[in-house]
Design a protein around this ligand. Structure first.
Ligand SMILES: [Zn+2]
Length: 630
């Protein structure tokens, strides 16, 4: 097959839509760079037994041969080749694209790389438009991440949060309904498939679908009992002597899993879904969200929740087998399910992927710093205490791994809340890096980042750490720092930005985590107040350089400096607010409100890089703490 484009000739050894897309991308970018050399580039796929993503770029007599071990790897091989000749995608969207001027491609580029981890996935969270999701999928592919996970069936609430702008009076509410979200998701799936990426879908919500109601988000509902058929009302978990919706949130309501009819009904829903959705590569099957919300009936009391969960997994596998459906099922080790089953065993282990989601962990320590603080706590149904240290969390995973030898991934939250505990990101970046490097030692083969889709403010550093380390766990942290900041701010000034953010991040450590809960920590409060003074001074000193660069730089690098300028302005509001927080002053809310008002006004400019609504939500937790409502 030949695709002629005057002087650039693409030879495709294999014909399929992803290879076509890879060829189009290659021509598009080489033309944008102004290449006027006669060159032939051959695209090929050579499968590998181990199923790992592998790329191979090498010169031949007419130009280059780019080979991938599968569709996605071939596409990523094209981007790695472009990267080698100067292209960069330093943040999602047009604002992140760096296109070099090239008249001739240098000779002797040789790349031979195999991904360190099989699953490198981004999961939707926060508030998102179609464009935000499209941009992050595009960025992910260009940076070696091979999967995208649409949480829930449509992820309706993530899109609703954006299009309705309920938390920003300066943004006009846009039209939004179920039809629209279905169209958006069709387009999102198209973007994923076009790039040969793995599509994952669902998660929580099966418990809702089983009793006949929608399970798309965490909304509180009015009297839903009316909507459930009489015979299914006793399917809801019995808690404190009553069967009903847990705190009136259907998504947080577990079912009575000891009831065989309940288990079969859940299984039938999943099988029905799998049957209708052959486009999905991995279906997530999680129980209800929330914790300590499981059924206390006499029958359910006899086993752990995880025992009943495994019974459902086995029944599910049987029924999928009957229908010849090969889809992978992702099961979740999370809150109450951290405690492994005592009696039941997973039979067909190849069907499943274990997903470890340590949501209650601290992000000041990494899995690599396996400090065991309390060990595994006793299992007391609905009175469970969850592990906080990263090391304690790993103990539960190990227990599960004694009975499950199949593939496993870490589903983690660095880029959803912790990224807002310290916007300088250096402290968290180090933890993220160490965590990913350490996954292999935990017998895990991947990472799903449950994250805001806009996570590039003030810099894209965390995203770079994630993608680069997942691709190559042997890459030194310092190399990522150098590449990320040189690309974003220019070689000459990168170090100044690094020094600034690093110092700011170190000074933020005392108040990275709450200082008033669970106990008042006077030492961190005292240190924090002193540090805020130092931070104000650092910002003052850094302003001049930023002002100068904002004027002289443009394109993607120009945007890096613009975002830094907004960041410093944000700190003008945020540092006094944090000071009020630490001093537990009356005006804490008022000061944070000023910060929020500033951000809401600037959201029109900042939104491609910054999820303003989720940031504000996280900052509210600090106000709640001061006001004693946390
Ligand atoms: Zn029960």
């Amino acid at each position: 097959m030949r695709q002629k484009e005057k002087h650039i000739k693409i030879i495709k050894k294999i014909k399929n839509p992803v290879v076509d897309f890879a060829g189009k991308e290659l021509i598009k970018y080489l033309k944008l760079a102004g290449l006027n050399q006669k060159i032939q580039i051959t695209l090929n796929i050579s499968k590998r037994e181990d199923g790992q993503d592998h790329i191979d770029v090498k010169p031949d007599k007419n130009g280059y041969v780019i080979t991938g071990s599968n569709n996605f790897s071939l596409l990523f091989g094209v981007y790695r080749f472009l990267n080698e000749i100067g292209f960069r995608w330093i943040r999602p969207g047009k604002r992140g694209e760096i296109i070099p001027k090239i008249s001739r491609i240098k000779k002797n580029i040789k790349i031979k790389e195999t991904a360190s981890y099989k699953y490198r996935t981004i999961c939707i969270e926060g508030a998102s438009s179609f464009q935000h999701v499209r941009d992050i999928i595009d960025w992910a592919a260009k940076n070696g991440m091979n999967g995208y996970f649409i949480q829930f069936n449509y992820g309706k609430y993530f899109f609703k949060r954006w299009y309705e702008h309920l938390d920003n009076p300066y943004m006009k509410k846009e039209k939004f309904d179920d039809e629209m979200v279905k169209k958006i998701v069709d387009r999102v799936i198209n973007e994923i498939k076009k790039r040969g990426m793995r599509l994952e879908r669902m998660g929580h919500g099966w418990t809702c679908l089983t009793i006949g109601i929608e399970g798309e988000g965490w909304s509180k509902e009015g009297d839903l009992m009316e909507k459930i058929p009489e015979e299914k009302r006793n399917w809801l978990a019995l808690i404190d002597g009553k069967r009903g919706f847990y705190r009136n949130i259907p998504l947080d309501t577990n079912l009575c899993y000891s009831n065989p009819a309940v288990r079969s009904a859940i299984v039938d829903k999943i099988v029905e879904y799998a049957n209708q959705h052959s486009e999905v590569d991995a279906i997530h099957f999680w129980l209800a969200d929330g914790s300590n919300n499981n059924c206390e009936c006499d029958e359910c009391k006899k086993k752990r929740v995880s025992d009943y969960y495994v019974m459902i997994l086995n029944e599910l596998d049987e029924k999928l087998k009957e229908k010849n459906i090969l889809v992978k099922i992702v099961f979740l080790i999370y809150v109450d399910l951290l405690w492994p089953p005592e009696k039941e065993k997973i039979k067909n282990q190849d069907r499943f992927i274990l997903m470890f989601a340590p949501i209650t962990r601290s992000y000041l320590q990494s899995f690599a710093d396996t400090e065991i603080e309390e060990g595994i706590k006793p299992y007391i149904k609905n009175k469970l205490e969850f592990p906080k240290s990263a090391g304690d969390n790993v103990l539960y995973l190990k227990k599960w791994q004694e009975i499950f030898k199949g593939e496993g991934v870490d589903f983690d939250y660095h880029l959803i809340w912790p990224c807002y505990y310290d916007l300088n990101h250096f402290t968290l970046a180090k933890v993220l890096y160490k965590d990913i490097v350490h996954l292999k030692n935990m017998n895990l083969c991947g990472f799903i980042s449950c994250q805001n889709q806009r996570a590039s403010f003030p810099t894209n550093f965390l995203m770079d750490v994630m993608a680069k380390t997942l691709w190559n766990r042997r890459i030194p942290f310092l190399k990522i720092v150098n590449e990320s900041f040189s690309d974003a701010f220019g070689k000459k000034d990168a170090e100044k930005v690094v020094i600034f953010l690093k110092k700011m991040s170190d000074l933020s450590k005392p108040f990275f985590e709450p200082v008033f809960i669970p106990n008042v920590d006077e030492e961190r409060i005292k240190e924090g107040i002193i540090n805020i003074g130092k931070m104000k001074k650092l910002c003052e000193d850094f302003k001049n350089l930023i002002d100068k660069k904002v004027k002289s730089e443009n394109g993607a690098v120009g945007w890096s400096w613009k975002y830094m300028k907004y960041y410093i302005k944000l700190l003008d509001f945020m540092l006094p607010a944090m000071e009020s927080y630490l001093k537990r002053k009356q005006d804490c809310r008022e000061k944070f409100e000023k910060l929020f008002d500033f951000l809401r006004k600037k959201e029109k400019i900042l939104h491609p890089a910054f999820d303003v609504s989720t940031f504000i939500k996280v900052m509210q937790w600090r106000i709640n703490e001061v006001e004693g409502r946390a």
